[in-house]
Design a protein around this ligand. Structure first.
Ligand SMILES: *Cc1c(COP(=O)(O)O)cnc(C)c1O
Length: 476
């Protein structure tokens, strides 16, 4: 048969739409998605005919398969762009994977607030207009020991607001060793510039002394800024100036001391075997005037920038017009309030704040998880399948989010070794599973870290590994 005639066998869009499978699909999905999928599958078929992949011999079979191919394509097209993924990387605060997950119980509060009206800016006492910043102030003060608090969109915005309020067109003295870049495009010097403050870096990359700060002081000095170096450490011949020293200097010259703590941990992590990380409470106790930190790093809450410290400064910030541009919404306020409430009881918090829970899992808990998943996988994969081997191995997880960069957390991983199959194809196929499974590839093996995986996702992982195995073998 001539190609021309093969083309004429392709059904028309209207005909395909009458197929029973399409009618059912139209009940479920928007028409435009179904029609687009039909057009795309027809186009693929035309190209396959043009390229001689489809001939008289196999065209009937392909046409028969069209509805199911269209269904698959339409379902894929209908998926959300922003989707749940399974984080098998072991990086707990994974900025590319959405940083801190939030517990369902906290989301109940967010649902209640966002699906109803709320007193977001309404004072129930007086019946008059209220402030959205009032809801979190007391609990943040109670937890951190600060006089006042407010919350903005994220920590980058918090730093910008603080400097714009306290040091616009003034000089900000900061150590050269603290001029950091934190992923994406957050560079301390650039944020400072946007705020209208003038950067004065003192000291050298590895050493800064208190006299470096003192020498730089003049009438234009607006703020001393200390920045947590978060994602890197300089080791060896180094020294930086402590908060205690800066506190003395700030009092002598009456210049506010601001600290960008980055992660902003609220509990003593060393109790759980992690490196001691100075807490927000430490900074407030030591007399820092304003501390800023993120809501979705070690705190384990929603994306937010938290500012705590002296009331006189925070009151000024609330009046800064920039605040309006970076203000938090009711989702953030309700999620953060529910997260902070958990901090009033540390034991309960450890269970219910997923980030803290994952960081404090014991070896025994990790090993149990690994055993359960391994058994589930072994039960479902043909034991005679020589292409795949699954074992439990020791490895290390990372805190992530630029927090505790040197901390290596011993963990247990499910390690998948393949024979005669492509590891990179396997990894990619897991990543493209309907619930994407993000894994780590190291020395031609695939690792799934138990620390960042929920037990409720085990069945999905088994399904994903099975589908991937068949796909990479070419069975699907
Ligand atoms: C992460 C980090 C920031 C940025 O915080 P976001 O909440 O992501 O805006 C700023 N400063 C430091 C020191 C950080 O570690």
């Amino acid at each position: 048969m001539e190609k021309r005639n093969l083309f004429s066998l392709i059904p028309k869009v209207d005909e395909i739409l009458k197929e029973p499978l399409m009618t059912r699909l139209l009940d479920k999905l928007p028409r435009v998605i179904v029609v687009d999928s039909i057009r795309e599958e027809i186009q693929l078929l035309r190209e396959d005919i043009k390229n001689d992949f489809i001939t008289e011999k196999n065209i009937d079979k392909r046409i028969e398969k069209l509805p199911s191919l269209i269904e698959k394509r339409a379902n894929k097209k209908n998926r959300f762009k922003l989707r749940k993924v399974i984080n098998g990387t072991g990086v707990v605060i994974h900025t590319n994977l959405g940083r801190s997950p939030i517990d369902e119980e906290i989301m109940k509060n967010v649902f209640e607030i966002s699906s109803n009206y709320s007193n977001l800016e309404f004072d129930l006492e007086s019946g008059k207009r209220g402030s959205r910043y009032s809801h979190l102030e007391k609990i943040l003060s109670d937890i951190t020991g600060a006089e006042a608090a407010m919350v903005v969109n994220n920590n980058a915005a918090a730093v910008m607001l603080v400097l714009s309020t306290l040091a616009k067109e003034k000089e900000v003295i900061v150590s050269r060793g603290e001029l950091i870049e934190i992923g994406g495009s957050f560079r301390v010097p650039e944020v400072m510039e946007q705020s209208g403050a003038i950067l004065v870096d003192v000291g050298t990359t590895n050493k800064t002394h208190i006299w470096d700060y003192e020498k730089a002081i003049n009438e234009e000095t607006g703020v001393f800024l200390k920045v947590h170096t978060s994602n890197y450490r300089i080791l060896g011949f180094t020294s930086s100036v402590s908060i205690e020293e800066l506190y003395e200097l700030k009092n002598k010259y009456n210049i506010p001391l601001v600290e960008d703590l980055g992660s902003g941990v609220l509990i003593d992590l060393s109790k759980y075997g992690l490196e001691y990380e100075p807490t927000v409470q430490d900074s407030i106790k030591k007399g820092v005037d304003i501390v800023t930190f993120s809501g979705d790093k070690l705190l384990g809450g929603p994306q937010a920038g938290i500012i705590v410290g002296k009331r006189e400064y925070i009151d000024e910030m609330k009046k800064n017009p920039l605040t309006r541009a970076i203000r938090v919404d009711k989702f953030t306020i309700s999620a953060l309030e529910a997260t902070l409430k958990l901090y009033l009881d540390e034991e309960g918090m450890k269970k219910k704040v997923p980030t803290i829970n994952m960081l404090t899992l014991s070896q025994e808990e990790l090993e149990n998880k690994a055993n359960i998943l391994k058994e589930k996988l072994k039960c479902n994969i043909n034991i005679n399948d020589k292409n795949i081997d699954i074992e439990i191995v020791d490895d290390y997880s990372e805190v992530g989010g630029g927090s505790l960069p040197l901390e290596k957390l011993p963990t247990k991983c499910i390690c998948i070794s393949l024979k005669d199959l492509s590891v990179s194809k396997f990894e990619k196929s897991l990543r493209n599973f309907k619930t994407p499974i993000i894994t780590r590839v190291y020395k031609d093996k695939i690792y799934i870290d138990m620390r960042t995986i929920k037990e409720s996702d085990f069945d999905t992982i088994v399904e994903g590994v099975l589908e991937t195995l068949n796909e990479v073998k070419g069975v699907l």
